[in-house]
Design a protein. Sequence first.
Length: 393
Amino acid sequence: MSRSTAVDYEERPWNSRISPDYLPLRQREMLAQPYRASVTPSIALLDLALPDDLVAKVVEAQEGIIRFDNTVGHITAPFAAILLRSESASSSEIENLSSSAKAIAEAQLGERDSGNAPLIVANVRALEAAVAASDELTAESIIAMHSQLLESSDPDITGRFRTEQVWIGGGNYGPHNADFVPPHHDRVSDAIDDFIAYSLRPAPLPLAAIAVAHAQFETIHPFPDGNGRTGRALVQAALRRDGLTRGVTVPVSAGILQLRDEYFGALTSYRGGDVEQIVDVFAEGSFLAIANGSQLVADITAILDEWQDALAGVRSDSAARRILPVVLEQPVVNSRLVRERISASDPTLFTALDLLVERGVLDELTSRKRNRMWSAPKVLAALDAFARRSIRR
């Protein structure tokens, strides 16, 4: 077992922003003492030495990811958007941010601005930014994808790496009794440079290297909030950069979600020098994600076949048929979106939408903004079923 990733610790003085005059004596005495912050080791030149059985498992998982991407990427339905949104929802669920598929779709339209759904939509934007910048991994691109994640909900902490000490668990007053104290903020920039150097190195087992890089990023914890979701967005960028995916997002977070306890335990073990557990979680999570994603693809394909039967006799170039890919990709639509995506007159569009309601493809909803709005209930049900499978062992 390699112990090259074990963190070291250093003592730092604690300067509390809370006046000690208002705290109990025990708290005052504790906060007057220095605390121990972790120091992440350099991994830029780390070579993984994994047991043969784990190597074989990682190779099999990589082959499964490539096969899933090749298979789904050639299907004409807009699975790229569906899987990206599913990955976003699963990554958010790991942080206990859950929402229904309907609420997420409404938030994407701007029809819902409260609850967790807008946060999940922001995570979609962070994932898109990560994949778009997969070949240009820099400190600036990491900060940019974090900004996509939180600029709407917490803009004060975006646009830079953290400038204060953070800690995980323990008390609210200081890091002294925390479960884990990430590096002091003056070490973050150099640690991220090291993370980038490792991430950009060619690796004989890309998925294993991605798992290690992810654990290192979470250990650095470069932002006050949003580290987990940003780190898992970086995983998707790495899968694309290393050639494991090309056309679609393999929802790895959906597999990791089923291993949530093992995932957090593996991050802790990584900080003690054990790389094998996090690599195993990523390999096992990939198998689970591929199984769940394949079921979602099968469900959506069956729905599309049902729709084609429901529209028997309707011309192939009709507005009704041209709306189908739109509602597959965005299973709640309003009149504005339909106008943007389908070139036709308003009477033609509304007649087509009424026909889709009549044939059982769409349901008409009530919009909070008094726009006409429609949902594809079977697609929403398939997405919710995917989410339920993601949290069931």
